[in-house]
Design a protein. Structure first.
Length: 379
């Protein structure tokens, strides 16, 4: 390969883009190319929101990428991270494939501004739903389509672009964005999918004829996105697995309430040191049940307790009854032992006559997890 081919000497950025990629720039183009001097050009990707210097040789290498192996080699040379699920991270920007039930109309495919929907968090993270960037198409979409022609057209694949994120945090920020999208996009549905699985993940939406819109105000975020990842997986799972994932969200808040309890004891000068140590040791032995009781006491209301009681989940509409019921069900999912499987909750492929009961518990636990997120996780 000639890294500085003479036939590109003296050509402008738009001329090179047209010669190598068939791109003719206008005000709706998602990227542009401008010559800086005899050697360097500047690539500005408006979809990703970044710009970088490049050479004619690098552009020819990008143009020649046609297989996953080519893409891996190109990315290794240019410090672009390709993520296993068919995503990329470059210069503080991550781009993930995401399926949405209200994708932008295809008539706007060439107008990237018209096909993007954005949200902002209070800490400055920006997330954008739209059609894939040219870099994503070239390094992820087209190479994978070489292996599987049944994959969707990369140009009409929707992606989630995250700005100002470190490579190590990209997956956590993506889970935060997914949670915020689901909570704030007016009922539209979203799911992450490995690029190779995109054809198998259709989404239905009774309001798919309405536009995808998001709040213009900054949204909350968190330093504990793992809890949101559990919530997201619960939303996608069956009722039994979902219950356990929702429980993990509530469990993520135990440290908040237990820490506040211990700090209160420490600040109380009337508690002798020996009594303080006794309380801490006892708390350590009962950490799960005490944490659950403290969290639920802070977030439940009578309507939720009545709902759980009326659905036959707890014997009486009280907080202690709910704590006991939730903890027992959690143990029945997580702690089955050999010879005891008929005494624990088994995730049958079919309902075994408990479908309504399982769904009712999942709804209650979802409400608890959602309230816990609002009180303890989001900031």
């Amino acid at each position: 390969m000639a890294f500085y081919p003479k036939d590109l000497d003296g050509k402008s950025g738009p001329e090179i883009a047209e010669a190598l990629f068939g791109e003719t720039f206008d005000e709706t183009s998602s990227w542009s190319l401008m010559r800086l001097d005899e050697k360097f050009l500047e690539w500005t990707d408006h979809r990703l929101g970044v710009a970088w210097r490049t050479t004619s040789g690098s552009l020819i290498a990008l143009q020649e990428v046609s297989s996953p192996k080519d893409a891996q080699e190109f990315c290794a040379r240019n410090k672009i991270a390709l993520l296993p699920e068919g995503a990329l991270h470059y210069r503080g920007v991550a781009e993930f494939p995401i399926v949405c039930s209200r994708p932008p109309p295809l008539s706007t495919i060439t107008g990237f501004n018209a096909s993007e929907v954005r949200l902002h968090t209070r800490s400055g993270i920006e997330a954008k739903i739209g059609y894939s960037s040219f870099l994503f198409q070239k390094l992820v979409g087209w190479p994978l389509q070489e292996d599987n022609p049944d994959l969707p057209d990369p140009e009409t694949t929707t992606t989630l672009v995250l700005r100002t994120v470190d490579r190590a945090d990209a997956h956590l920020v993506a889970e935060l964005a997914l949670y915020l999208l689901r909570e704030n996009a007016g009922g539209a549905r979203f799911v992450f999918s490995r690029y190779r699985d995109l054809p198998g993940r259709p989404l239905t939406d009774p309001d798919s004829g309405s536009a995808l819109t998001l709040p213009t105000d900054s949204l909350p975020d968190t330093a504990r996105a793992e809890a949101l990842a559990f919530f997201n997986r619960a939303e996608e799972g069956d009722p039994i697995a979902g219950f356990l994932y929702y429980y993990r969200v509530v469990e993520a808040c135990f440290e908040d309430v237990l820490g506040a309890l211990v700090r209160g004891w420490r600040a109380d000068v009337s508690i002798p040191d020996v009594d303080f140590l006794t309380r801490v040791r006892k708390l350590k032995d009962q950490e799960d049940t005490t944490g659950l009781r403290l969290v639920l006491s802070a977030i439940v209301d009578q309507a939720l307790l009545d709902d759980a009681h009326n659905n036959g989940l707890i014997p009486a509409a009280g907080v202690d009854d709910l704590v006991t019921g939730v903890y027992q069900r959690r143990n029945s999912v997580a702690h089955g032992r050999r010879g005891q499987h008929r005494e624990v909750l088994v995730p049958f492929a079919f309902s075994a006559g408990r479908d309504a009961h399982d769904r009712a518990w999942s709804r209650v636990m979802r409400s608890l997890a959602s309230r816990a997120i609002g009180r303890y996780i989001l900031v």
